[in-house]
Design a protein around this ligand. Structure first.
Ligand code: HEC
Length: 108
């Protein structure tokens, strides 16, 4: 194999994982988080208050990779939102996690 071909292949392999990572919408995620999650996850609500600050970026990433909502093991999507909405919510929560560059409480 020629060196140039090898280098091109190496570059492709380096770029692929980035291209494969899905990106949701931060703004839509904030909207859907309030709409789909805060209904329960609020002070005095059915579940513990939850904001982006509740977890670190790594913890949110791990939580959504698990794909399960709570102890019962129910899937997050489609029960709590369409897969696209859940991806947006994931993006919003990670972007504003406690150790993110822009931590955000989402109105408490
Ligand atoms: C119908 C009410 C309800 C809605 C809506 C809801 N949750 Fe929950 N959630 C709960 C309850 C109750 C628990 C705790 C019991 C359990 O773990 O099953 C919980 C547990 C959790 C936990 C685990 C606690 C922790 O800190 O690890 C997370 C994270 C979570 N929910 C995130 C979400 C997200 C994100 C959404 C929106 C996509 C959402 N929830 C929507 C009721 C709800």
């Amino acid at each position: 194999m020629r060196l140039k071909t090898l280098l091109t292949l190496a570059a492709l392999v380096a770029v692929l994982p980035l291209a494969a990572e899905e990106k949701g919408s931060d703004t839509k995620g904030k909207f859907y988080f309030k709409k789909n999650c805060k209904s329960c996850h609020t002070k005095g609500g059915a579940a513990a208050d939850l904001t982006p600050l509740s977890k670190t970026q790594a913890q949110w990433k791990k939580y959504f990779e698990g794909g399960k909502h709570g102890k019962g093991g129910d899937a997050i999507a489609p029960k709590l939102g369409t897969p696209a909405q859940v991806l947006d919510i994931k993006t919003f929560l990670i972007n504003h996690a406690s150790d993110s560059p822009q931590p955000e409480t989402c109105g408490g």
